[in-house]
Design a protein around this ligand. Structure first.
Ligand code: SF4
Length: 225
C-alpha cells in the first residue's frame, strides 16, 4: 500500500470515527465525509495532468451494477423522503421494485454484465447527486467513447474506460477510511445490492433501528459477499 493511500485512509478514519461516535445514525458524519471527499478529489483532478472525460449528461456508468453500505442507503432514503414529491417517490420506487425483481433473477456474474438503468437516473442526471454512494463517486473515466462502447457491449469485460491512478488511489483510501470508522464504531459495514436494499429501507421501518443497534440492517436485500 502506498504512503499516499495510507495517509488518506488514516486521516479520513480519524475524522469519521470522531464524528460517528457523537451521533446515533451516520447521516451527519457521512455527509461531512462526502464533503471532504469531493474537496480531496477535486484537488486531485486539478493536480493531475490527465483530465476525466466525465461531464453532466453522460450517464453510461449509471447502468452498471451498484453496491452500497447500509449508512449510504439510509442517507439516500432520508434525502428522497425530504426532496421527492409523492408522485416522484412512487415512480422511483416502482422502478426500484422492477430492478430488484430483475436483479434477483440474475447470478452475480450476469448482473455484472447486464445493463440495469439506475432508478435514480432521470434525463441522464442523478436525482440524488449530493448523497450518491461512494461506489458512484469513485467511478470516473478518461475515455467517454469506451464508456459508450461498454454500454453497448456490457458483457465485454475487456473494454477499459481508463481511470486516473492517483485519483483512484485517493478515492479508494478515503472510502476505506470511512468504512473502517463505521466498523470500528460498531455499525453494520456489510455491502448490499443497491436496489434490493433501497426497497427494503422503504418497506421496513425497522431498518434504521437495526442499523442504530449495530445489527444487520437489511434482512431481505441481497448481500454482496
Ligand atoms: S445513484 Fe446516481 S450516480 Fe449512482 S448509478 Fe444511480 S443515478 Fe448514477
Amino acid at each position: 500500500m502506498s504512503d499516499i493511500f495510507q495517509a488518506a485512509a488514516r486521516q479520513e478514519y480519524q475524522r469519521a470515527a470522531t464524528q460517528l461516535k457523537s451521533g446515533k445514525d451516520a447521516n451527519a458524519a457521512l455527509k461531512k465525509s462526502y464533503e471532504r471527499y469531493d474537496n480531496l478529489i477535486a484537488h486531485s483532478f486539478d493536480e493531475s495532468s490527465t483530465k476525466p472525460a466525465c461531464k453532466a449528461g453522460c450517464a453510461f456508468c449509471c447502468y452498471y451494477k451498484v453496491e452500497a453500505r447500509a449508512h449510504e442507503i439510509l442517507l439516500i432514503k432520508d434525502y428522497m423522503s425530504k426532496h421527492f414529491s409523492a408522485e416522484k417517490m412512487a415512480s422511483v420506487l416502482n422502478t426500484v421494485t422492477a430492478n430488484a425483481t430483475l436483479i434477483r433473477a440474475l447470478t452475480p456474474e450476469q448482473h455484472l454484465t447486464t445493463n440495469v438503468k439506475c432508478a435514480l437516473l432521470e434525463n441522464n442526471q442523478c436525482t440524488i447527486y449530493p448523497v450518491r454512494p461512494f461506489r458512484c463517486r469513485n467511478f470516473h473515466s478518461t475515455d467517454a467513447q469506451a464508456c459508450e462502447n461498454s454500454f453497448h457491449d456490457p458483457a465485454n469485460m475487456e473494454i477499459a474506460t481508463g481511470m486516473i491512478e492517483e485519483v483512484a488511489i485517493l478515492a479508494d483510501a478515503h472510502t476505506q477510511g470511512f468504512e473502517a470508522a463505521t466498523e470500528q464504531t460498531g455499525r453494520d459495514n456489510r455491502i448490499y445490492d443497491f436496489n434490493t436494499a433501497l426497497l427494503e429501507a422503504f418497506a421496513d421501518e425497522q431498518t434504521l433501528k437495526r442499523y442504530q443497534r449495530g445489527k444487520k440492517t437489511f434482512q431481505q436485500a441481497l448481500e454482496i459477499i
